[in-house]
Write a protein that binds this ligand. Structure first.
Ligand SMILES: Cc1cc2nc3c(=O)[nH]c(=O)nc-3n(C[C@H](O)[C@H](O)[C@H](O)COP(=O)(O)OP(=O)(O)OC[C@H]3O[C@@H](n4cnc5c(N)ncnc54)[C@H](O)[C@@H]3O)c2cc1C
Length: 347
């Protein structure tokens, strides 16, 4: 176990921001984490702040981190037990999410196929209840084990303890920065239920000429759609959707629709309307009559195909991306009276 000093975080975040960590260490086991948390690293006599990092695909560093960055590398995937319908699969927080999905697909364990190709690690998946193509982590989550940073003890969180919501969990709200997730257990189906009803999955399956519909075909379709739509972080720095899709009441939506007839909204189960943040952003721009979509200032910009994705074309600083996000937020507020919320974690 090695503690490194003044390390560039550029290789550790998909935005490719060149912020520095005062200290940096990785851990593969709980005991190593415990040791790191009790090490007497201090700054100006006070204990250092810690930041746990997975794949760095949902984080924006706006400044150097004057504490200890802990890279979670706990690995392992195993079947805990099974019943007639389900398998209970425990995965280490440091497992790559997409590799975990592929592992499940190979064995015909159903439930995570629609979540194919989401970057990042298993440990961060409950943080914002990752979701895509009609499925959220919440749908397959069983429980997780996490380490309390101050109390130095292990705690198990069931599904209800996690208080999952749309890109939300208790770990982003009242328990923020208190726990380090060590492993997650998933409840996966032995006889998968296929979910093709969302987005362009069916259309893609048709294009692929799929004869036998199974979870592998769905995963392949999702991968094809995602690859055609989203910029690859290895080519252009980004963290996926920068903002959440805002929710409004039906009455608010009707009012908006009367002013902006093309506004895009989808009804949530509870009867509210989720607006497409990408569309709202596209309708606004740095000056009247222009659009943020495809906008670039220096190396910070808004992706040309998907306005919801902010990008680093090379050497943008985190602050520049953040400032651009603030301008976008203000312009959407001015035009539509809606305050966007950032999905990406700002450091
Ligand atoms: C191209 C692209 C597409 C994306 N598409 C989607 C999508 O479709 N749906 C979706 O939901 N997200 C999407 N994302 C966002 C991102 O992939 C997810 O949020 C992912 O779960 C982040 O995982 P990570 O390991 O990279 O987290 P990190 O960025 O490393 O961390 C994110 C946050 O979680 C905390 N954290 C990380 N690991 C732990 C842990 N073990 N214990 C406690 N806290 C922890 C960090 O401190 C940080 O606050 C996309 C991102 C990109 C770049």
């Amino acid at each position: 176990m090695q503690i490194l000093e003044n390390i560039s975080l550029r290789p550790f975040n998909t935005f490719g921001i060149d912020a520095k960590a005062r200290f940096f260490a990785s851990f593969k086991e709980t005991e190593e984490l415990e040791e790191l948390l009790t090490s007497d690293l201090k700054s100006n006599g006070t204990r250092l702040r810690t930041l746990v990092l997975g794949g760095g695909s949902n984080i924006l560093f706006t400044k150097d981190f004057e504490g200890l960055v802990l890279k979670n590398e706990i690995s392992g995937i195993k079947v805990l037990h099974e019943d007639s319908e389900y398998l209970y699969i425990k995965a280490g927080a440091g497992e790559n999410w997409h590799q975990f999905v592929l592992h499940c697909i190979e064995r015909n364990w159903g439930g995570v196929e629609n979540l194919s190709l989401i970057p990042g690690n298993v440990g961060a998946s409950p943080m914002q209840n990752i979701g895509a193509y009609g499925v959220e982590l919440d749908d397959v989550f069983w429980d997780l084990e996490a380490y309390h940073v101050n109390d130095k003890k292990l705690v198990t969180f069931t599904r209800s303890d996690c208080e999952f919501g749309y890109r939300e969990s208790v770990f982003k709200k009242k328990l923020k920065d208190q726990f380090i997730i060590l492993n997650v257990t998933f409840q996966l189906r032995k006889n998968p239920r296929l979910n093709t009803g969302y987005g362009a999955i069916e259309e893609e399956l048709e294009k692929m000429g799929v004869k036998v519909l199974n979870i592998k075909a769905i995963s392949d379709a999702v991968i094809r759609i995602r690859t055609s739509k989203l910029p690859k972080p290895a080519e252009v720095g980004n963290a996926g959707s920068f903002f959440k899709n805002p929710t409004v009441s039906k009455a608010q939506f009707s009012l908006l629709k009367s002013k902006f007839e093309n506004i895009i909204g989808h009804e949530n189960i509870e009867g509210t309307i989720k607006l497409a943040a990408g569309w709202l952003i596209e309708q606004c721009g740095p000056v009247s009559g222009t659009s943020w979509k495809g906008f670039r200032r220096g190396d910070a910009g808004c992706h040309a195909k998907q306005a919801l994705v902010l990008v680093n074309y090379g050497n943008a600083q985190g602050k520049e991306i953040y400032n651009l996000s603030e301008e976008i937020l203000q312009s959407v507020k001015e035009k539509f009276g809606i305050t966007l919320e950032r999905e990406v974690n700002i450091i």
